[in-house]
Unconditional design. Structure first.
Length: 390
């Protein structure tokens, strides 16, 4: 594909450096509909400026003078991710060590393994902390089923939307295609057409997602598909990563309700999410599950992620065999960020009315607890304390 061909706005721009333009790796990228690829034998500053690649894949042992390439990137407004396949020149290797977006694969890596990594690193870049163009991604999951993660996700999204006069744009995304409940809790019809996205992942753009959005009376946006296992089998990681990437471009915040069991795309989301909340009940099985889940998330994110634990359904008084926060943290092996009060009446009113908690019951203790959680996550809690101290 030549640089003069029409550039498709939402495709991943990839620059492949290889001595053989007919290599199976080049064929694999050319066949994948999510990529707009260019092949060169060497990398130059002019190529970077003209192609503006999202990802550069180097499958060549020839010296590429990467130190000069990285130096030139400092004067540009963006920085691509780099993937090296096999042995590269020793001088280039020294330069790659200090480059923050560098990834390596062995010589025998299959072409599809390289393609998958390119998709993942692009996703990681798209979900990096908020910039002028990208929104923040807050992921929420339950340690066990019924922990209340979905209701908390809804309330977080609603409060984020209401925090300032210039209400930030917020979208809830339900990635639990098996038994997600966001649409049900908000009394909305799920509009996300999974079959359309899976048939043509490259067509996923802002206009398509906007057509799939369900809007709540509060102004909160929702992307959710009809429940059912028949959809889950059709959904590839490419589709999920594309969905999240474009959503981050469209909204100031996306709050993603994800299943607790690992998916092919969990690793990329764990590495790219700005916040990752694990909601646990105060029971021994739930706390053990939360501990294991957090450990797994840290492993698959290569310790990039620090999961945040929320203890849900905290009783006002502790009787008998109730578990205190101290005991819970001992079982978890780590500190919990905060707890949410047990208030069945407020929770039941919210789901029965199809509203976020604070919309159905503005004075609910649950809602106030979640306000405190958002303050801590966004750093405003510390700012408030400093202001009060002054």
């Amino acid at each position: 594909m030549t640089p003069n061909q029409t550039r498709q706005t939402h495709l991943i721009r990839l620059l492949l450096i290889t001595p053989d333009p007919e290599t199976p790796l080049a064929t694999a990228f050319d066949a994948d509909r999510l990529f707009h690829s260019f092949v060169r034998q060497t990398i130059t500053r002019d190529d970077l400026q003209e192609f503006r690649p999202d990802v550069v894949v180097i499958a060549s042992s020839e010296e590429q003078r990467l130190s000069e390439v990285f130096q030139s990137l400092k004067s540009m407004s963006w920085a691509p991710s780099f993937i090296t396949v096999g042995d590269i020149h020793v001088t280039d290797l020294r330069s790659l060590i200090s480059y923050p977006r560098a990834h390596t694969l062995p010589t025998d890596a299959a072409p599809m393994e390289v393609v998958s990594l390119a998709l993942r690193v692009k996703m990681e870049a798209a979900l990096e902390p908020q910039t002028d163009t990208n929104g923040q991604c807050w992921a929420v999951t339950g340690a066990v089923g019924g922990a209340g993660a979905s209701l908390i996700a809804i309330e977080i999204a609603y409060q984020l939307m209401k925090r300032t006069k210039n209400a930030p744009s917020v979208c809830l995304i339900d990635l639990n295609f098996e038994d997600g409940s966001l649409a049900t809790y908000l009394d909305l019809s799920p509009g996300l057409d999974v079959s359309v996205m899976c048939a043509a992942p490259e067509r996923i753009d802002a206009s398509l997602l906007d057509a799939f959005v369900s809007e709540h009376e509060s102004g909160l946006k929702l992307l959710a598909a009809p429940r059912g296992a028949r959809f889950k089998a059709k959904i590839s990681p490419d589709v999920i990563l594309r969905l999240l990437e474009i959503s981050c471009e469209m909204y100031d915040y996306i709050v993603v309700d994800i299943p607790r069991w690992r998916q092919p795309w969990t690793e990329a989301l764990a590495q790219g999410a700005d916040k990752f909340l694990v909601v646990s009940e105060l029971t021994v099985p739930a706390l053990r599950a939360a501990r294991n889940l957090c450990a797994d998330l840290e492993v698959i994110s290569r310790n990039v992620l620090e999961p945040t634990i929320i203890l849900n359904r905290m009783a006002k008084r502790m009787f008998g065999h109730s578990i205190s926060v101290d005991k819970a943290e001992t079982a978890l092996g780590r500190k919990a960020l905060a707890s949410v009060s047990s208030d069945w009446d407020a929770a039941q009113a919210a789901v029965n009315m199809g509203m976020p908690i604070s919309m159905a019951n503005p004075g609910a203790k649950m809602a106030k607890d979640i306000t405190g959680i958002i303050d801590k996550l966004s750093g405003t809690a510390k700012a408030k304390k400093e202001k009060e101290a002054a």
